[in-house]
Design a protein around this ligand. Structure first.
Ligand code: ZN
Length: 151
């Protein structure tokens, strides 16, 4: 160690980096996103062992570890299971505030689907029903479902 460093505290410097990347959505993710983009249909995969339906779809059941090859169409409506309202802006948020992140149990699914609610934030309660609003311009992104709205 250099002599002069013995008598000073170590310094740290804070920084932030942005790393652009392109990541393949994968076979399962691509089929899910293409269905939303081209048909406005939400698909899930069903486990042949336990019968659970996953949305977004997964290639393998996390409970049974079996390969899931059965695709099922899921309703574009469901129930809010949990939510949080976001009041602050952050570069990593998908939209500006205020909005809500909600875990939505779509009809026909056995797991909750994380998405956004942008309207009627003062009326959101767990247990209320919501419906998907699809974007007019769809590009194969999860935000091809613009958000969910209270029914
Ligand atoms: Zn299973």
């Amino acid at each position: 160690m250099t002599e002069w460093l013995k008598d000073v505290e170590p310094l740290t410097l804070k920084g932030q980096i942005a790393v652009p990347y392109t990541w393949w959505a994968g076979e399962t993710g691509s089929r899910f996103l293409v269905s939303i983009r081209d048909k406005r249909k939400i698909l899930g995969t069903k486990c042949k062992e336990c019968g659970k339906v996953f949305v977004p779809p997964r290639k393998n059941c996390g409970r049974c570890f079996t390969n899931m090859e059965e695709w099922v169409e899921i309703a574009d409506e469901g129930v809010i299971k949990a939510h949080t309202i976001v009041h602050y802006a952050h570069p990593l948020q998908p939209v500006g505030p205020p909005f809500a992140y909600a875990l939505i149990r779509l009809d026909g699914a056995d797991v909750d689907f994380l998405h956004l609610i942008k309207k009627d934030l003062d009326k959101i309660r767990n247990g209320l029903r919501v419906k998907a609003i699809f974007s007019e311009q769809r590009t194969g992104h999860i935000l091809d479902i613009d958000s969910f709205e209270l029914i």
